[in-house]
Design a protein around this ligand. Structure first.
Ligand SMILES: C[S@@+](CC[C@H](N)C(=O)[O-])C[C@H]1O[C@@H](n2cnc3c(N)ncnc32)[C@H](O)[C@@H]1O
Length: 484
């Protein structure tokens, strides 16, 4: 067992060590500030980072320096990587400090985690990773705590990630879930829930957890009637895009591609949307319905990604989309996403569990219900540490209520799509089964038929997409028809 360190041991600078003024590295200071905002204010990294990056650019410019794209990319990687791998780094750091990590001041822990990430998961040479992080500590924590950081990081640097994992993760054969939790940096309850949902053996769950730790590529949606995937791709230089894997509306941006640089996105004719979300909206639109097909409803529309795609598809068939959203500020985002739609649409602020529309008003209804978001962990690096197992049952009454009312809102012969961006069975099949048992006159369709050419869709009748199999978020879709 390696010896561990105590903060008090590190308080004094050894006699004779010359004083050197710490280097204030704007990239690492920014990364630290982002981690503090996530930790202290429950901020979302993807929302807090752009503002910090702009501030760093302005500050650098005021000093006649440059904070360039490479600096921004490194800061982003440090923040996202540190947050994603926090579970692994905490296990490593716990082996290097002589007291429980919860007794270490959170800002110190953030600096240590940033250092651990540079040492264990980047190509930054170890001496540079340690000295840059100690300099950061001197700037943001002070000299005493910087010495503590220095001592801990020297311990961390003593072996590589594989060496550490062998030491701090229990063997797979002894405790498979905890092994995977430490190696792939997920809370154990999430490993357990994802494994239940996915089924199968070790290889599948390992691939899924690893995919959650990959930065997702940016995918655009060309909104029907306003642009096409071919037009969007042609507007960008060769090599800047790849076609979608599955969705005819998708354009994938090459690494580092900036959606804001795409004219069609700036003009609202295209948007940023995961291919899984595109497939869900397209599947609902593809189900045949007999007779009238004029009134479509998106009952949980904010911020409007699926509504914008549905509205474009509806316009192409002479149908109208009503996009309903409970939160007024999110309804405003829906209105922005739909502005310029080639056909008629309405955005309404409405509670889908107490609907303002008469029963049987619609021919197609989507309810993309609020959920834990366990299917989009790769997008929100801090989300896995914020969610609690108790959150899962908390969503169920609302999910059931929204699906029940969706079935009431659709006419006999019409179709309802129930979608989540979580694969947790308690939010997917259990909700659908509960509602089907209580609401007569609805039956499940085989949703797989409406995901043409998409492989690995399971046994049906519902569809679960997976990051490691489809390169999408883990979107779920059940399609139900009102038959009486
Ligand atoms: C998962 S999001 C929908 C995402 C959206 N379909 C998209 O693709 O952009 C769920 C939305 O439902 C909204 N919501 C929550 N409770 C609701 C209710 N009772 N009625 C209507 N909308 C509700 C939330 O505010 C949130 O915007």
């Amino acid at each position: 067992m390696r010896s561990t360190l105590n903060a008090k041991d590190q308080q004094r600078r050894p006699q004779g060590t010359p004083y050197r003024r710490p280097q204030r590295d704007p990239v690492r200071v920014l990364a630290f500030e982002a981690l503090r905002a996530v930790d202290e204010r429950d901020a979302y990294a993807n929302l807090v980072l752009p503002g910090l990056l702009r501030a760093a650019e302005r500050e650098a410019a005021a000093k006649g320096r440059e904070f360039d794209r490479r600096d921004a990319a490194l800061a982003t990687e440090l923040v996202y990587g540190t947050l994603r791998h926090q579970g692994t780094y905490d296990a490593v750091l716990a082996a290097c400090v002589d007291r429980p990590l919860r007794e270490v001041d959170p800002p110190v822990l953030d600096v240590l985690a940033l250092g651990a990430h540079q040492l264990l998961a980047t190509r930054i040479p170890p001496h540079a990773a340690v000295s840059a992080t100690v300099d950061l500590a001197r700037v943001v924590l002070g000299e005493g705590r910087a010495r503590f950081v220095n001592a801990v990081l020297r311990r961390v640097a003593a072996q590589d990630l594989d060496g550490w994992l062998e030491q701090v993760a229990p063997p797979y054969d002894e405790d498979a879930e905890q092994h995977l939790a430490v190696v792939h940096s997920h809370p154990r309850w999430i490993v357990s829930a994802l494994w239940d949902a996915l089924g199968g053996g070790r290889a599948g769950i390992e691939d899924l957890l690893a995919a959650d730790n990959e930065r997702p590529e940016v995918t655009l949606v060309a909104r029907p009637g306003r642009s096409s995937a071919a037009e969007v791709a042609a507007s960008l230089p060769d090599g800047a895009t790849e076609p979608g894997r599955w969705s005819p509306y998708a354009v994938r941006l090459a690494e580092g591609g900036d959606p804001a640089a795409v004219e069609a996105v700036r003009e609202g004719r295209a948007g940023v949307q995961d291919e899984g979300s595109q497939l869900v909206a397209a599947a609902l639109a593809a189900v045949p319905v007999e007779g009238r097909d004029e009134r479509w409803l998106d009952g949980c529309a904010g911020p409007g990604g699926k509504a914008a795609l549905l509205a474009g598809l509806a316009a192409g068939r002479g149908a109208t989309l009503v996009a309903a959203e409970k939160q007024p500020h999110r309804a405003r985002l829906v209105a922005r996403a739909l502005a310029g739609n080639p056909g008629p649409y309405q955005v309404v602020v409405a509670d889908g569990t107490h609907p303002a529309w008469a029963p049987g008003s619609f021919d197609r209804v989507l309810v993309d219900v609020p959920c834990t978001g366990l299917g989009a962990l790769r997008r929100r690096p801090e989300a896995r540490w914020r969610r609690r197992a108790e959150d899962v049952p908390g969503f169920a009454p609302l999910q059931r209520g929204l699906l029940t009312e969706a079935l009431r809102a659709v006419r006999v012969g019409g179709v309802v799509g129930y979608a989540t961006c979580s694969p947790h069975p308690a939010e997917t099949r259990a909700v659908v089964d509960d509602v089907l048992a209580k609401v007569p006159g609805a039956e499940l369709l085989d949703a797989r038929a409406f995901f043409p050419d998409v492989p690995s869709l399971g046994d049906g009748p519902d569809v679960q997409l997976w990051p490691h199999l489809h390169g999408t978020d883990a979107m779920y879709l059940a399609l139900l028809r009102r038959v009486a």
